[in-house]
Structures are given as C-alpha cells and as structure tokens.
Design a protein around this ligand. Structure first.
Ligand code: ASP
Length: 435
C-alpha cells in the first residue's frame, strides 16, 4: 500500500497543527510521500505565509526596505521549529532568500518559498528525505506544466526514496526559473506525485471533512458526500464548489487513483472519496450535489427562421472569440439562441459585443439579463431516472423562484438553471430540500 498525503495550509499553520499531521502520517506506514503547503492562517484574520511572501517581495521589488517583512515570515517558521523542538536552522535559507529578493528573483520564486521552507521543516520533523519540487515538476518556457516530463522526472527521482517530502505549489522551467501553479496549487503537486509513484490513494488533508451536498453557508447542515466521481466533481467545482483545485483532478484521473478528502482536525472521519465510478447513492438519493455561482450575463437573440440559418453559432462565437471571452453555456430554442457569459470575463465589453452581434447576426430582437445566477444540480444517477427535472422545477415553483434559463448538460448528469441573483440562495435551499 502506497499513499501520497497532501496537507493544506491550515493543517500546517503552527506547531500544534504539525503535531496532528505527524500523528496522522505516523499512524500508517503507507503514508510515504508527503506534500505540504505553506503555513496558512492560525486564526481568523491571520495572514497566510504565501501572502506575506507576496507582500514582502512587492516591497523588495519597489526598492523598499523589506527586512522587517522577511523577519516576520522567519518568525512564523521559527515558532513551528521551536514548538516541535527540532534541531533545524533556516538561517542559510533566509540569507539566500534575502539576497534573491534584493536581486528581484521574481514574484513566483518569492511565493514558492513558503512551501520550500515548510517542506524542509516537514522533512526534518518526519525524518523523510527532502526532494525540491524545482527538480521534478517541470514547466515549459511559456509557463505551462509539462505533465509527461514531470511524470518521468518524479517517477525516476522518487524510485530512489522510500519516503519523501515534496513541497507543493511550484516547479521550475528547464533553465531553473521557479514557476508556481495558481493559488491552492499544492493540490496539483499532490496529484502529480500520486500519479508518478502509482499511489493506491491520494489523501488530501484539509480543514473540512470532504464535500457537502450544498454550500453550508446557504443550506443548514447539508449531508456529506461520501463518494463522488471525478466527472461529477468536475461539474460541481466548475460551478463553484471549491475544496480541491480543479487541475488536481486530471493527473489522478488518468492514473485512476482515488482522491480522498480528509480533515486534519477530525482524522476519524472518512471524508469524501473521489473515484472513477459514479457515486454510490444511498437509498432514495438521486443527486450527488448542488453548486452554483452568481453574476452571469445571458444574451438572448430572437430571429425568425433561425433554426434553418447556417453559421449563426459560428459567427456568434467568433465575435466572442475576438473579444477574448469564453462561453459558459449556449441554451437554444427553435428561433432563439442564448449565450451565457460570466460577468467577470465580460469586464465592461457588453455594449461593444451587442453592437457586433447586431451587425454580424442581425437578430430581430435581443434581450440581456446581467444579474443571473447559475445553479447546477449534479448526479450521474439522474439520466437513468424519470421525473428528476419535474421534481426540481416543482420545488422552485413552490418557492416562487422564477427560472430564467434551463440547460441540461450534454453529459446528462447535470441540470443547470439560471435564476436571478437575488433568488440564488432560496433556489439552492429549495432544490436541496426536494432531493
Ligand atoms: N500556498 C499556496 C496558496 O496559498 C498554495 C497552496 O496552499 O496550495 O495558494
């Protein structure tokens, strides 16, 4: 049995949390490869080490005095080292970092040092070998992960270690320049390591006991999801359920390694298992979960005989491509076509886009709603059942939620409804209640 275990920032925020992590790792011989994040928040209002590093580097780059900021970061690590009674000094590492900051080594290099240093601490604490991610996680010259190259490097390097700590979040280009993933990217490192060593399980330890069927800020005490498939999870996280970095799914999925989301503060809880199989639903359960996000714009175009026109969608998507805007959904009717765009992506270009639609598509009429929330009800079991959508729409009607748009994902494991932003929470509660 071989496990890769990744611990998030809140699991490693201080010595006390480190001790819980130590206990978890030592309780199973199979937990051989450990991927740490940088120390996160110790309490509400605290600052993550990664954010401290960004701020410190910003000062360095602006030519300001940054030694005080760097000292505060050093103290976070010293507090952990002292609390764990380790015989470890990071003096040399901090000297190097100070010199590199002065030489403007780059923002991504700066951010990566949180994981780098925490990896050193973790390796000393566990007595595991430290493997620098810069040696084994490879990005191309444009900063895109080279997945196959990385897999080969990791596989070769880790074949030589029985047990190792590989810091999360970063890697390097072939010339040695440090490159980070996007925020929360240690999840990706964990998945890459799991694939390379052929792990039986990739355990992702965080501060929640896995996924819940709905956002607990909206629904009171939602049920936990015990198993969910990679595909269902992809739909849920695309729509805003965030526990795991989206890009962490792919490496685990191609190697068919289950991902187990676990809680460092509640290690006896089995958490959520993410596997290639669709969720094993409990008696009477039809859906895996509900997720959604606010702030989308829906542009609906009406045109007589649209259904027999050629090239309409191509022209429409061409306009959006020219404006560099991704399309979220394209629900269509006989003589109508809507396009859903996220407001964040739209960024003030709406008027110009409408002008261009007018010019190139010549619709009879256009309507725009710019305060739409999308809610996805996800579950692989849905396509095999009858009456699922009836139940969903009835629940919304009973709560007097006006449905502005419906889109059943082509995967048939997903029904997306668009409602007004103001009805978002009410709609989620209604759907949760119905299922
Ligand atoms: N420390 C990085 C962040 O705060 C990466 C991670 O925690 O996964 O985003």
């Amino acid at each position: 049995m071989k496990k890769v275990v990744k611990f998030g920032g809140s699991s490693l925020a201080n010595a006390e949390q480190f001790k819980k992590v130590g206990e978890i790792i030592r309780s199973e011989e199979s937990r051989r490869y450990v991927v740490p994040s940088a120390p996160g928040k110790r309490f509400n209002g605290d600052t993550k080490v990664t954010d401290m590093l960004y701020a410190c580097y910003e000062a360095a780059e602006a030519g300001e005095e940054f030694s005080g900021k760097l000292q505060a970061i050093k103290e976070r690590f010293e507090e952990i080292i002292k609390g764990l009674s380790l015989d470890l000094s990071l003096e040399r590492e901090f000297e190097q970092i100070a010199a590199d900051f002065s030489a403007h080594a780059g923002k991504e290099y700066a951010a990566s040092r949180g994981e780098f240093l925490n990896g050193k601490v973790m390796a000393a604490y566990l007595g595991y070998e430290f493997v620098d991610a810069a040696e084994v996680i490879r990005f191309d010259k444009n900063g895109v992960l080279e997945a196959e190259k990385t897999n080969r490097l990791l596989e070769k390097r880790l074949a030589k270690c029985e047990k190792a700590v590989i810091p999360g979040f970063y890697g390097a280009k072939v010339d040695g320049t440090i490159k980070t993933f996007s925020r929360g990217g240690s999840d990706i490192t964990g998945a890459l390591v799991a694939r390379a060593v052929g792990a039986d399980v990739y355990e992702n330890w965080t501060d929640v006991s896995g996924f819940l069927m709905a956002d607990p800020r909206i629904v009171k005490d939602p049920k936990p999801i015990s198993t969910v498939s990679y595909k269902e999870l992809r739909e849920l996280s695309y729509m805003g359920a965030s526990v795991l970095h989206e890009d962490a799914i792919y490496p685990a999925r191609i190697a068919n390694i289950p991902i187990n989301i676990r809680n460092t503060n509640e290690p006896e809880n089995p958490g959520t298992m993410i596997t290639s199989e669709p969720a094993k639903l409990e008696e009477g359960q039809i859906i895996a979960g509900i997720a959604g996000s606010k702030d989308f714009t829906v542009i609906t175009m009406y045109k007589a005989l649209l259904s027999s026109e050629r090239g309409f969608i191509r022209k429409m998507s061409g306009v959006l491509e020219d404006f560099d805007i991704p399309i979220e959904h394209i629900p269509s009717g006989v003589d109508t076509l809507s396009v859903v765009i996220s407001n964040k992506q739209l960024g003030g270009k709406l008027e110009d886009i409408l002008d261009e639609f007018e010019r190139q598509l010549k619709p009879d009429h256009m309507e725009v709603s710019d305060d739409i929330a999308l809610i996805a009800t996800v579950g692989a079991g849905m396509s095999l059942r009858t009456g699922v959508s009836a139940k969903l729409f009835t629940a919304l009607a009973e709560k007097k939620v006006n449905i502005r748009m419906i889109d059943q994902g082509s995967s048939e494991m997903n029904i997306i409804v668009g409602v007004e932003n103001k009805d978002f929470e009410k709609a989620i509660r209604a759907i949760y209640g119905a299922f």
